[in-house]
Design a protein around this ligand. Sequence first.
Ligand SMILES: [Zn+2]
Length: 291
Amino acid sequence: MYHCYHAKKLKYILLLDLLLIMIVIGVNAWHHHAVMTAVSYQEGIFLPVIMYHSITENPETDYQLSPEMFAQDLYYLHANGYHTVSAGQLFAYTEGRDTLPEKPVMITFDDGFYNNLSIALPMLEKYDMCAVVSVVGYYSDVTAEKDPHVDRYSYLTWEDIQALEASGRIEIGSHTYNLHSNAQRAGCSILYGEDIDNYQAMLKEDLSLLQTRMIQETGITPKIFAYPYGFVCRESIPVLKEMGFFCTLTCREQGNYITRDPSCLYGLDRYNRNPEESTEAFFSHVLQENS
Ligand SMILES: [Zn+2]
């Protein structure tokens, strides 16, 4: 009886121990999963963003690239399994409404050159890719009207901008109405000692003029903003948010991590594609995650 009691008790203790071990393993597995989920949520999806300007023969500056090299870039991305994503797709992802493809990459063009339509767009179509083209309102309103449709140097007319948008693979961004060539301030940054209210009123007036002219001439409302020369100042952010821009682009040369938080699209960093490097050399560092 005595032994029998102890045998039963031992069996009961062993069962209890087994149950406890199973609970501990289960809790650990759940904890591990929760930690991994939290880590991947925080780190986000790696996104390199490439900044092009003019695609033209015989490049002479850091902001020109030959059509042949541009074609090589697109082929390289395609052959290595990269998929271009639009700013709209990124926004939907950050709000939890969409997924992103494997190996996402973003292509952008600044300044609004006509060759973005005449040369770059057919190449993007060939590889089923998309891009953001950020234009300067004054260049379309005045400069392009005087001397349109020259591949080498013309800017996009309003009709050209409409044609880009109608392709279904180009999003039109703002690059200010006329702060790009402003000699006094670098791009649209606040000046040293400038009154913040005055600065924000000036910025809002300039950006509003581009929105107004763009809507009048094309029906498009830009929601992406590219800082001229990448000069960012924090005083610009409330103005851009109030005006409904959901994505802003800088020129800091590093990759980005896209999370389920829409604010991660404010200040996407970009690599300028200058013609000095081969396609392989350029992408060998651009497509690497930040260390
Ligand atoms: Zn620019």
